[in-house]
Design a protein around this ligand. Sequence first.
Ligand code: NAD
Length: 445
Amino acid sequence: MADAAEVDRTVERARAAFASWRATAPGDRARLLRRFARVVDDHAEELARLEIANAGHTVGNARWEAGNVRDVLDFYAGAPERHHGAQIPVPGGVDVTFHEPLGVVGVIVPWNFPMVIMMWGVAPALAAGNAVIVKPAEWTPLTALRLAELALEAGLPEGVLQILPGAGEVAGARLVEHPNVPKIVFTGSTEVGRLIGATAAARVKRVTLELGGKSANIVFADADLDRAVTSAPMAVFDNSGQDCCARSRLLVQREIYDDFLERLAAAVREVRVGDPLDPETQMGPLVSAEHLARVASFAGPGLTPYAQGACPQGRGYWYAPTVLAAPPGFDPLDSSDASAFRRAYEEEIFGPVVTVVPFDGEGRAVRLANATPYGLSGSIWTRDVGRALRVARAVEAGNLSVNSHSSVRYWTPFGGFKQSGLGRELGPDALAAFTETKNVFIATE
Ligand code: NAD
């Protein structure tokens, strides 16, 4: 657990490494990142096992995550040689732009998808020529530490990628206020993101913020209901609901509401919760006892679940997949309502709990979807292509899917509207968040 002095020493090492890393030829930087991807691939099973042991992810998810780390490295290994500026016509000379690396980039990571979220920041930052310091979450530092060892094994120079395990309020905070760390990528809660944004603002420090979510899954009566119902549980319960993109507000058109709820309950009872190492398992435990207590507090006294799946009893941080249906007369837009259901419907639970609410028409569905400070992701289920596009354009969120629940592809942009974040990660433009554009005019007369 690094203290502030250790952060300062780490930043000094990173600054020294940055000087030679930015000067490394683009083709050599690309080759090293490609080799890093290959070494990760060779150790994919080991990394997956480490995440299962540390965070309780299911084996299917953990393998996907290790593969995603490899793919993100591979994708951004293609960037250094293509990272060109522009040549802009001007009178009396030549005008060109350069994308200059920023220097030392701090990447502060949450515990829910440790290695994946780390690499979304690390790979493009390295490709752009920066040195990187990763501050993993207190509970889940193991894959980050192993990945830095693998980077060295792949030939990345010492100091280019360093891991700094430590407390958020100590190591994380020092990284954010450090004068020689010009950029912070923070993924975590909106509450901490606000603090980091304020500290960064005082220094005009660049930030990318990936924060919380309370995303809507909107099901219209004309949708393919079989697919909408069977896919709805894992759109919330994947990674035990510890997913910023979890579709935890299920909005269902009134004429199909009762039927949908009944079928949803049956689908939720089918979710296989158990040993993360069993390939048949769909949902594992929560990350910690502390987090389990927080999740349980939402569906506590005063609320009877409409339906609940099964989960192992005894040792482990188990919480059964839970459906909470709106009580009769519930008005999602009535802010004076202080009921337990409303709290579950509005706040990010970050656990396997879905709230279900009926709506009457397309306009109302959009209003309900947008009545939240968050805006990360969401799904729209309808067979009407015009409606799909109208609603997708009207919902204030960064990552939407129609007749699907996918949110993240490493080659498409990812990030939040409103209080779900600032800036975008992944996709073809990710390097822009790790560079400054410099304009140079050269007189020819
Ligand atoms: P968190 O905000 O508690 O912590 C995230 C990281 O910030 C940790 O490494 C922590 O040590 C550090 N930190 C805490 N206080 C700090 C401070 N004062 N200064 C600097 N760093 C500090 O979040 P968490 O509980 O680890 O993760 C869950 C949250 O992350 C949820 O809200 C979830 O929605 C969000 N999340 C968002 C995305 C996204 O891409 N939008 C992805 C995953 C998770």
